[in-house]
Design a protein around this ligand. Structure first.
Ligand code: ZN
Length: 341
């Protein structure tokens, strides 16, 4: 079969011919239908310090994908041939105390598909049955493939109340855009966004974010101070930018919440801790998707609440054109890029 792999400890990827993976106990084999390209894949492609320190080539990359099960391994009773499934990228040991406690999304035993073990930018993939999440056939294939990323947005948005609330989303990359669609779907009173890229500002408006503020053109604090003098109810911080963290603390009303998904370049951030304390803010770090509560919420949003994130899929191309996909992502002129097989 053909696969996209990191073959050398250097920038770039290769399309390789490799044997189909064989089934293993506790796993399922799936025939790929769609995959989506993530910022993490771009880091691997560019071979940044994180990728260089973590990935041991040769490695088939890709962790967001969907497909149909063609084989089930020994001991698998809750998946069958023909099931349509989507990938959860975090592989966790069943006996991991973090997983048993209900914190599987931050389990110490976590291995990531397409990073620590072979992933899904290939015609076939073998993954733990638990990581192959059953997906309703009514979900469009492109959307099904990106549920790992959509799940980050579901986890962040549903970390606090949304209905009737004013929400600020700082950073409208794909996950911020997903979060915007989720907040609108769940009846937020007003959704604000901050974003500097004209391309993404337009996508934000297209999915229904009420007011997108471009910090290079107007001061977000000044706009929010005028339009929401009491403060916003919640901030979904998606950018990992120091100025967005400062804005979140300033702009959230007393008793509101800050749900922090963006990762900062620098580990240490100077913030006004006393404002956080005296406003009684709740600050929650968000990683991955809760196993499996987030997946259940996402299933409900997609099949019963009519969540539509299809406008965020801006490109679709054969997986063998992966270099082209990375080129588009490097230019920043994309929402999600979906690969076909
Ligand atoms: Zn991803």
């Amino acid at each position: 079969m053909k696969a996209v792999a990191k073959t050398q400890p250097a920038a770039g990827v290769e399309i390789i011919d490799v044997e189909e993976p064989s089934i293993r106990p506790g796993c399922v084999k799936l025939r790929l239908e769609r995959a989506s390209v993530c910022g993490t894949d771009l880091h691997i492609y560019q071979w940044d310090p994180w990728a260089a320190g973590r990935i041991k080539p040769p490695r088939i990359i890709g962790h967001e994908f969907c497909g149909t099960i063609t084989e089930v391994g020994e001991g698998v009773t809750d998946r069958k041939v023909g099931d349509f499934v989507s990938s959860e990228s975090h592989i966790v040991a069943l006996d991991d105390p973090d997983y048993i406690r209900g914190d599987g999304h931050i389990a110490k035993s976590t291995q990531i598909l397409g990073v620590d073990v072979d992933g899904g930018f290939a015609e076939f993939a073998v993954i733990p049955a638990m990581n192959a999440r059953l997906t309703d056939a009514s979900v469009p294939r492109g959307v099904a493939s990106m549920q790992d990323a959509l799940g980050n947005a579901v986890h962040t948005a549903m970390d606090g109340p949304i209905e009737g609330q004013t929400i600020l989303i700082s950073g409208l990359g794909p996950i911020g855009l997903f979060a915007g669609a989720i907040c609108k779907c769940l009846g937020a009173k007003k959704v604000y966004g901050t974003e500097v890229s004209p391309y993404r500002i337009e996508l934000g408006e297209q999915i229904g974010i009420d007011r997108v503020i471009n910090p290079t053109k107007e001061d977000p604090m000044e706009v929010l101070g005028r339009e929401e003098p009491g403060g916003v109810d919640g901030v979904l911080e998606m950018s990992g930018h120091p100025s967005s963290l400062k804005l979140a603390i300033e702009a959230t009303r007393p008793g509101g919440r800050i749900s922090q998904l963006g990762v900062f370049k620098e580990n240490h951030q100077a913030i006004d801790m006393n404002q956080l304390i005296f406003k009684g803010l709740r600050f929650q770090g968000i990683v991955g998707r809760r196993l499996w509560e987030t997946w259940d919420q996402m299933h409900w949003l997609l099949t019963e609440k009519g969540l539509d994130v299809t406008p965020i899929v801006t490109h679709e191309m054969p997986f063998t054109e992966i270099e082209k996909a990375f080129g588009i992502l490097e230019q920043g002129e994309a929402g999600k890029i979906v690969l076909t097989f």
